[in-house]
Ligand binder design. Structure first.
Ligand SMILES: Cc1cc2nc3c(=O)[nH]c(=O)nc-3n(C[C@H](O)[C@H](O)[C@H](O)COP(=O)(O)OP(=O)(O)OC[C@H]3O[C@@H](n4cnc5c(N)ncnc54)[C@H](O)[C@@H]3O)c2cc1C
Length: 417
């Protein structure tokens, strides 16, 4: 089989990348390979609204947002195969399997990795206790309630205050469950402020910061969990234990980009994001292999996924047309004080067709601080922010002409007052 560009994964990242590549060059043959039986990725189970304010200037549900992309595919001649799992990726081909073709290979000019991320399960969290039924990741519970039509439980404790956990606190409450509390190990929430207000405060659900679950009880089914306050080293503080009766524990303790394919292809991975290291065009360390969306770094808003994936798709189309890798100056982008990572990691000035958007997350909560951009040690931009938290992705946008003098290094840091 042959295609100009193969997109691995048909979630919002894959759809946006395919559409922008097709708009960049209508003659390209673009093929999306999706392991699920429908396109749309995680959006299919996100039936609440709040999606699309940036991209479509409207408040949509997850499936409505995905449908806006899906309805463009036919008109642009984009092909897709469902129920098709990609097994292997290299710079000139992709190997996949489905029930009709068996194992097959697609030779291609470029590949865009859009596999999204998965949730951290109980096994990765080392929670002591028994192994009864009733412990779910928040995303599994979301799928059970919103797609399968099952209630995972009636009395719920949620561990972790990531956005999926916050959204599920509200969802379970609306479905008639009693959500007793959300425990968060860190002294700050991992989710967006708007979700804390709309999903917890509006329903009087307590958010217990610096708390964790230290025991799960119940033989067949969860009957209670024991929670405790933790110190600054995340160790439970003796004497603060509380046993909470419940039949369900939901885990919302972080997302892991799905990079098994990227790793086995030899793509360089950034240990801070667990996603590929990319340049300004979202190209990985393997020429012709691009990455975008949650497989690259965990996003808080799908609008940012779409915008970034649009750029990745355009870059893949240009790569197929021009082939040659750009020559010329390369600027390294480094994360300084308070910044956990940056995407991209470096920029090839001659390849920059637009403004340069640098996205990052802080490693802690900072109040009344400045986001600073330094070119070779000299402050180029300083923006005051009342609050910066790890739960909210930050960005700085640099104009192409700002980079005309080509510093050798751009440093992004957070400076406290
Ligand atoms: C459980 C969960 C719930 C979420 N809920 C919300 C929410 O309520 N609100 C919100 O704003 N954001 C939510 N998010 C964040 C949301 O994932 C992103 O904003 C967005 O969906 C990321 O898009 P994506 O295309 O990168 O990934 P995804 O939407 O995850 O899409 C990835 C696609 O790749 C496919 N795939 C993976 N590996 C392969 C392979 N080897 N072969 C073929 N196909 C493959 C998957 O089946 C999937 O369809 C949630 C995330 C998760 C994990």
């Amino acid at each position: 089989m042959k295609a100009d560009i193969v997109i691995v994964g048909g979630g919002p990242a894959g759809l946006a990348a395919a559409i922008s590549a097709a708009k960049e060059d209508k003659s390209l043959d673009i093929l999306i390979l999706e392991r699920d039986n429908e396109l749309g990725g995680i959006l299919n189970q996100c039936i609440h609204n709040g999606f699309g304010l940036h991209t479509f200037n409207e408040e949509l549900t997850g499936p409505e947002y995905a449908a806006r992309f899906e309805e463009q595919l036919d008109g642009l001649g984009i092909r897709y195969m469902l129920g098709t799992m990609v097994l292997d990726v290299s710079s000139g081909s992709v190997t996949a399997i489905n029930s009709k073709e068996g194992v097959f290979k697609v030779n291609c000019g470029a590949v865009v990795l859009c596999m999204g991320c998965r949730e951290r399960p109980r096994g990765a969290l080392n929670i002591p206790g028994l192994r009864p039924a009733g412990v779910f990741t928040a995303g599994t519970a979301q799928r059970l309630v919103n797609i399968e039509g099952y209630m995972p439980g009636r009395e719920v404790v949620i561990l972790g205050s990531g956005d999926i956990g916050l959204i599920m606190a509200r969802r379970m409450t609306l479905e008639g469950a009693k959500v007793k509390c959300v425990c968060e190990l860190m002294p700050y929430s991992g989710g967006l402020k708007r979700n804390i207000v709309q999903c917890l405060d509006d329903f009087n659900i307590p958010l217990l910061l610096s708390h964790t679950v230290i025991d799960i009880k119940g033989k067949e089914r969860v009957t209670s969990v024991v929670i405790a306050e933790v110190d600054e080293r995340s160790k439970p503080i003796p004497g603060t234990e509380q046993e909470i009766a419940c039949d369900t524990l939901l885990l919302s303790c972080g997302l892991i980009p799905e990079n098994e394919l990227s790793r086995s292809a030899g793509v360089e991975i950034n240990p801070s994001t667990n996603g590929p290291v990319v340049n300004e065009s979202f190209e990985t360390s393997i020429p012709g292999v691009f990455a975008c969306g949650n497989v690259l770094h965990v996003h808080d808003l799908v609008d940012y996924v779409s915008e970034e994936s649009g750029r990745a798709g355009r870059s893949a189309a240009r790569f197929v047309k021009n082939k040659a890798t750009a020559e010329g100056p390369v600027i390294k982008i480094r994360n300084g004080n308070g910044v956990r990572y940056t995407v991209p990691s470096f920029v090839r000035v001659n390849e920059l067709s637009d403004d340069l958007v640098i996205r990052f997350r802080s490693g802690n909560v900072y109040k009344d601080s400045y986001i600073k951009v330094l070119f070779d040690g000299e402050t180029k931009l300083s923006r005051r922010k009342p609050i910066i938290t790890p739960g909210e992705m930050e960005q700085v946008i640099l104009k192409k002409e700002d980079l005309a003098n080509t510093p050798s290094e751009i440093l992004i840091e957070i400076a406290e007052r």
